[in-house]
Design a binder for this molecule. Structure first.
Ligand SMILES: [Ca+2]
Length: 453
């Protein structure tokens, strides 16, 4: 018999052994997807960032498996958020995804068919009609914008037959969405659920609650190691909205200020993650819930002289990707190559839910179970028709087809992508192999650049 207080503490820590674990094993695991907006992979304390404090996400890292090389596949438009979310929800790859999710099958619908109660709160960005369809069987849906984190233009609508609930609009978006998710958890009984919690942080405007921002006053983080005042050449998208947030050239002090705002937003978001996890623990549902923490893509924020996500460097395409819960080893980091949308195939398999029709996501359960070779052999990354990249475990080629310009990076030796080896005579054979691989990957993905519109 475990003393009551100790048992409660064990629940808070997510230990699943004991009476609850036995009961939980008989239920279909539930899923909570926590999606940050524009959060770089290198912004988690437990994964090596010493400047940002993320105790709640660190707890997930300790309880789960972290995918260190998980990438957004890219975008055919400046708003990378849009296709990234559509790929995640449908499991379809970039050149096959319907960005408005107007038709086709999706993960929330697959979970609903399997008997899970579904719930959505936060940033959507794929058309309100799709939200209503994907979560038709679910609970209240609150959609928030991001033009001002303190004045979230909440358009709340509710599945047919359910009463509308008023939503306050004077709270910070992260608090509003975290609170709504915690309220949803409070209504849970024993039923399996699929919950989608999508913050609009740390996307700009990077308006952190003042207490969080104050912590960085006078101790602004230094600019990243690959900081540059401006990008060394025109990458085909230097004047997009994200890049206009600062003038050119950017100073180290400007970037430090942006980073302080960004980290403060992440710390405030982390507090809301902790709030939702505490609500799950209080309900006794932490043990049977698979929790995913990730982001729709990364951000440049001073790296390579860029600010936005409209480029194919590691900082902009890699995402934090942590999966914790039943069936997932604790405290592991894996470097298998994977796409962000592979995470959904993974939690689907862990939860025993058949994937939606047409999914191209590859389950990473073999990786989770210890087969490090079970990731993808290579990844194709794309941005509009101006950038393409091929990523292998060691090498990365970025192609700027409009410019006839290419970059080659050795990610083992140079993870910050500071030393372009394209002109290096030693790598003639590798250049050919990588270019052939890129063209082949483009054709396989149905890229209009390779196969025509
Ligand atoms: Ca985003």
């Amino acid at each position: 018999m475990i003393p009551r207080r100790l048992f409660a503490a064990a629940l808070m820590l997510g230990w699943t052994a004991g009476p609850l674990g036995t009961a939980a094993a008989e239920r279909r695991p539930s899923v909570l997807v926590i999606l940050a907006d524009d959060q770089r992979a290198d912004t988690i304390g437990a994964l090596g960032n010493r400047l940002v404090r993320t105790p709640a996400i660190d707890g997930l890292v300790a309880r789960g498996t972290s995918f260190d090389r998980c990438y957004c596949m890219g975008s055919r438009q400046g708003a990378v958020c849009v296709p990234s979310r559509a790929m995640l929800l449908s499991g379809r790859s970039l050149f096959h995804v319907d960005e408005q999710l107007a038709g086709g099958d999706t993960w929330p619908e697959a979970f609903a068919r399997a008997g899970s109660r579904t719930f959505l709160v936060g940033k959507w960005h794929n058309g309100a009609a799709a939200a209503a369809r994907l979560f038709a069987a679910g609970d209240a849906v609150f959609l928030g914008g991001m033009s001002d984190q303190w004045r979230v233009p909440v358009s709340s609508f509710v599945a047919p037959g359910r009463p509308a609930r008023p939503v306050a609009t004077d709270r910070h978006s992260s608090e509003l969405f975290g609170g709504a998710a915690a309220e949803f958890v409070d209504t849970l009984g024993d039923e399996p659920f699929f919950a989608w919690l999508a913050f609009t942080a740390p996307h700009d405007p990077r308006q952190a609650p003042v207490d969080y921002r104050r912590r960085f006053a006078g101790t602004e983080p230094p600019p990243p190691d690959n900081f540059l005042p401006q990008h060394p050449f025109d990458n085909g998208e230097l004047r997009v909205r994200d890049e206009k947030l600062l003038g050119w050239p950017r100073s180290a002090a400007q970037v430090s200020g942006e980073l302080a705002d960004y980290y403060a937003c992440i710390e405030a978001l982390d507090a809301q993650v902790g709030r939702v996890l505490a609500a799950l623990a209080a309900k006794g549902r932490l043990a049977d819930t698979i929790i995913v923490f990730t982001s729709d893509h990364g951000l440049a924020l001073g790296s390579h002289g860029l600010l936005g996500k409209q480029n194919l460097y590691e900082h902009s395409m890699r995402v934090p990707a942590v999966v914790a819960g039943p069936g997932v080893p604790a405290g592991r980091r894996v470097d298998a190559l994977c796409y962000l949308f592979d995470l959904m195939a993974t939690v689907g398999e862990l939860a025993g839910v058949s994937p939606p029709a047409g999914t191209e996501g590859r389950s990473l359960v073999p990786v989770v179970r210890g087969d490090a070779r079970a990731g993808r052999e290579e990844l194709l990354l794309a941005y509009r028709d101006v950038q393409r990249a091929l990523v292998t475990p060691r090498w990365k080629l970025i192609d700027y087809p409009r410019l006839g310009r290419r970059q080659l990076f050795d990610l083992d030796a140079d993870p910050e992508e500071c030393r372009d080896l394209w002109e290096d005579g030693e790598h003639a054979e590798l250049r050919t192999t990588m270019m052939d691989g890129l063209r082949k990957a483009e054709r396989a993905a149905g890229d209009p650049l390779a196969v025509g519109p």
